[in-house]
Ligand binder design. Structure first.
Ligand code: DP6
Length: 386
């Protein structure tokens, strides 16, 4: 059907973090960032968009709840795609005038604080681009929804170029390498039990940009070097180099949060324990085998190669025992592995109290957004939620 499109889109987890804007309205960042897009088979947003002459207003339903369409970022995304469609003359003028209905769901808990806005906006913008037959890059429109969303428009390894234009037209995402370039790359998301209300990314990065001296050093010296090096590491499939840069950049991102005035923190004691576990593991292995990275919350994302997964899951289960071990790991399948006494002695870690970690999501690097063609739309023929 030409007046309905449904798309799924992935989350992405940055290895060089975006933190700080030079333009709040256009969502232009102070620095380049780099991420990996994670498989939609494990975690994704799904969005249906519908248009027709019978609609009287733009409407949106998010995870089963009707929300207001007055949100500036949402309006900017819709207008951004319509403006490109008008320029490209990709649909009739009449078709562009009709209102739209949007229905979107995540297949993972939004409350877990897992980059849901990135997947959501990438999904919305891609669905609208398909509805209006837009052919050019839409990452600059996804960026207007949430900065990090522009990286979810592509699969594999992605760079968001900060750009220099005041209009933001060169602040776009490009693909560094496809997911198939490094097929062994895996991600484990360790969901940390935490209910404390956090400073939102938008508010936090504003505070950092206004007050942190360390951020200036990060943007001028650290990020440009790290971006070049990590792109090279990805191209060469050099895991130890990729992992070291990833961990250092995560650590520095959290350091600039502490250097903000007043300071704010996202990592908890459990997050710091995870950092310790990974460093000890790498030390015993005699090589960097696993990397951690933390966003604006306590959850860890571990990047590692497939062969390391059974051992790391086993170690995490040992250090963070669960009261429901059968449902502790979701996502991809993996082989069970029993760590030897000797290995555990060398790592020298004791089990923590039970249920500090809620669960683990096991996933891999995957493809970008894709149209759903099996007819499983979220809206009916009248544009109402099913
Ligand atoms: C820590 O993209 O959520 O995840 O642009 O204000 O919507 P806004 O912020 P958002 O920030 C993400 C910050 C981060 C790092 C990253 O993904 O690069």
């Amino acid at each position: 059907m030409n007046n309905m499109k449904t798309v799924i889109a992935p989350v992405n987890i940055a290895v060089i973090k975006y933190w700080g804007k030079r333009d709040e309205e256009l969502i232009l960042p102070l620095n380049d960032s780099v991420s990996a897009t994670l498989a939609t088979s494990v975690m994704c947003a799904k969005t249906s968009v519908f248009t027709g002459p019978q609609l009287t207003s733009d409407e949106i339903w998010l995870n089963g709840k009707k929300e207001s369409f007055t949100n500036k970022r949402l309006v900017n995304c819709l207008e951004g795609i319509k403006a490109i469609a008008a320029k490209e003359k990709s649909v009739d003028e009449e078709f562009l005038k009709w209102k739209v209905h949007v229905c979107s769901v995540n297949n993972f808990p939004t409350a877990a604080g897992l980059a849901s806005s990135a997947a959501g906006y990438a999904c919305l913008v891609t669905a609208l681009a398909k509805l209006y037959n837009v052919k050019s890059d839409v990452s600059c429109v996804a960026r207007l929804g949430s900065g990090s969303a522009c990286r979810s428009v592509y699969g594999g390894f992605v760079q968001w170029h900060a750009g220099t234009e005041p209009t933001g037209k060169d602040s776009i995402a490009t693909q560094i390498a496809e997911a198939s370039h490094w097929p062994e790359m895996r991600a484990l998301i360790l969901v940390v039990g935490d209910s404390a209300k956090k400073t939102s990314s938008t508010k936090g990065m504003k505070k950092t940009a206004e007050t942190s001296e360390l951020l200036k050093h990060r943007i001028e010296y650290c990020v440009p070097q790290r971006t070049t090096s990590i792109i090279q590491a990805i191209k060469e499939k050099n895991f130890p180099k990729f992992a070291e840069i990833t961990m250092k950049d995560s650590n520095q991102f959290h350091a600039v949060c502490l250097d903000s005035y007043p300071p704010f923190v996202y990592m908890t004691e459990v997050s710091h324990k995870i950092v310790e576990v990974i460093h000890k593991y790498n030390e015993v292995c005699g090589e960097v085998k696993v990397a951690y990275t933390f966003d604006a919350g306590p959850n860890a994302c571990l990047y590692l190669l497939e062969e390391e997964v059974p051992k790391i899951i086993s170690l995490i289960k040992y250090v963070f025992p669960s009261s429901s071990p059968d449902n502790f790991v979701t996502g991809l399948n993996y082989e069970q592995h029993e760590l030897s006494k000797d290995f555990l002695n060398k790592v020298g870690l004791e089990p923590e109290s039970v249920d500090l970690l809620k669960y683990i999501i096991y996933t891999k690097v995957g493809e970008g957004p894709a149209e759903v063609t099996d007819g499983s739309h979220l809206l009916d023929q009248n544009g109402l939620p099913l």
